[in-house]
Design a protein around this ligand. Sequence first.
Ligand code: FAD
Length: 408
Amino acid sequence: MSETCIIIGASHAAAQLAPSLRQEGWEGPIIVIGDEPYVPYHRPPLSKAFLSGEKDIKGLLIRSAAIYEKNNIEFKLAVRVETINRSHKTLTLDNGEVLNYGKLALCTGSRVRTVSLPGTDLNGIHYLRNVSDVERIKSDTSAGKKAVIVGGGYIGLETASVLKKLGMDVTVLEMAPRILARVTAPELSDFYTRVHKEEGVNIKTGIAVAGFEGVDNSVERVVCADGTHFDADLVVIGVGIVPNVELAQAAGLEVDNGIVVDEYARTNDPDIVASGDCSNHPNALYNIRLRLESVPNATEQSKTAAASICGKKKPYRTLPWFWSDQYDLKLQIAGLSQGYDQVVIRGDKDSGRSFAAFYLKGGKLISADCVNRPQEFMVSKRIISEDIDINPDQLADESVPPKELMTP
Ligand code: FAD
């Protein structure tokens, strides 16, 4: 009898890992266990086309049921894995069921960071991570009413842009001195601040939320530490995420800002891999360990994890990349900008809606933020992944076509 491979978590990482296992030659049963009631669905549209109503749940599914059926992949949904017993190679589910595994993949992802402030349990206050969160937000969305977004990161800003389009009066409250401070340079923060203001969103920075007040158990206002307050019929809190590592930790696996894995997605147990948002992995291009919160990471690392389960070695060496959609703006980010010593802007970021910000370190391109600039994005990915030398003086020169930026 062939061994069973169990995947915990049914989202982006699992949707890639399970079919990749078959491609790599895994012949035994594959079981995916997820605590949400759906087969894997695209999470990014939750703050975009699903919130705006342009897509429904069917339009979000990553793969059709037929693909899972064809690959003989079984799902156990709306059920949680409570414990892993590594010496007996068993899992216990919250419905009491005990399952044996031969190999195990941890794709447990992450969850929202919650705030503990007075009034967070009032109706009308939401977080945004899964389909049911967005369904609740939608039921509190109403044109002409007031929405307050707590947190000026990508998810908060995407939510602001959709709620504005739906006719709400939107305010974003950010504690840091600028929006997107954790993830990007001041140039990008200035750009998005301008765009949101032009669209009619009220952005307040350097302001700490102290609590929420309401009547009849429903939120009415957000109160800030400096005494100011903002009326609100709907509040969405987007202040980051934390990786789901507790299951791994309780099972004695190494955890350090994510489940620690090597370049083959292997944990310190030879029968257990981890991939996606929950993993802390090495990145050879930047020579650091990191935890990424992105779909391309979940997908690519899961191909590596599937190969490792099947006894093959396919190192994970992909350049990190990300995207964000707000209004008519498609931001594509190639690489990681941490540690840059120079920013070069190509295009008009002060009054236009299309430009690229190139981040350099010692004259080398390490990252690029490209707003409505798909060519610059593709070229930047190549330059960084293949370590191609560039001439920094050409980056800002729009008379040099993007492709030619690869020629020093
Ligand atoms: P997750 O998607 O977090 O899935 C993990 C799953 O495992 C969850 O369903 C969880 O409930 C389940 N689980 C955890 N523990 C257990 C257990 N013990 N038993 C059973 N099930 C369990 N990324 C981008 O690249 N671009 C974007 O534009 C973008 N936009 C986003 C917008 C929103 C609103 C959100 C929430 C995320 C966005 N992301 C975006 C991030 C992206 O969705 C994540 O990086 C991706 O979902 C990670 O996939 P994953 O499979 O690793 O984990």
